[in-house]
Ligand binder design. Structure first.
Ligand SMILES: Cc1cc2nc3c(=O)[nH]c(=O)nc-3n(C[C@H](O)[C@H](O)[C@H](O)COP(=O)(O)O)c2cc1C
Length: 190
């Protein structure tokens, strides 16, 4: 049986990275389903930067199911609903802070909270710069609670030919953190 993941896109620049992760997960033979969440500002950034609505992104693959981020009754609100991990790409400093303090006040933060308590993989691709002390402390708090903090810092040693290359190679690394190891010609070979 294939794996099932949750992906959230929150209100930070870099929504193209989230789009790339969604497409790569949906395209993987190892993945059966992807539950997609967008915060209101995440929707705005995806539209501004990628000219794409959440609905259009979900329509890219029948494996993608778009959830309402205000629906705290969704399955992923409960630890009894099993899945294989969650990534937030990009993760705003606001969402990081809410996860670090356990507010669980929207479905994105609740689902992340569930990942931490159930020990499901949780990958937070924070996008903010420069970082203040509160954000640095929040990164340490979520790290200590079990999350992987993976700032949106793409590598350049692969000599990307295009922005799509850059997004895709970063997506490979996010999938790695979720336990999905896909072929990527730009992996470092020594
Ligand atoms: C166009 C735009 C770009 C933004 N970029 C960032 C960003 O790169 N990083 C960040 O932490 N917040 C950024 N913000 C601010 C967050 O979206 C804001 O704090 C929001 O409340 C975060 O909530 P969310 O995580 O639920 O989307 C941006 C906001 C807008 C409107």
């Amino acid at each position: 049986m294939g794996k099932r993941f949750v992906l959230a896109i929150t209100g930070a620049t870099g929504s193209a990275f989230g789009m790339a992760v969604a497409k790569r997960l949906a395209a993987s033979d190892h993945v059966d389903g992807l539950q997609l969440l967008l915060s209101p500002t995440g929707r705005r950034c995806l539209m501004d930067e990628c000219h794409l609505s959440g609905e259009a992104l979900a329509a890219c693959s029948p494996k993608i199911q778009l959830l309402n981020e205000r629906d705290l009754g969704a399955g992923i609100s409960s630890g009894s609903h099993r899945h294989d991990g969650m990534a937030i790409v990009p993760c705003s400093a606001g969402t990081l802070g809410r996860i670090a303090s356990g507010t669980s006040d929207n479905l994105i933060c609740r689902a992340a909270d569930v990942c931490l308590k159930e020990r499901f993989p949780l990958v937070l691709c924070l996008r903010e710069t420069p970082l203040n002390r509160i954000q640095l402390e929040n990164m340490l708090r979520v790290h200590d609670a079990g999350a992987v903090v993976m700032p949106l810092m793409p590598g350049f040693y692969q000599h990307p030919d295009s922005l799509d290359d850059l997004f895709s190679t970063f997506a490979t690394r996010v999938l790695d953190q979720l336990g999905i190891h896909e072929e990527d010609p730009r992996r470092w070979k020594g």
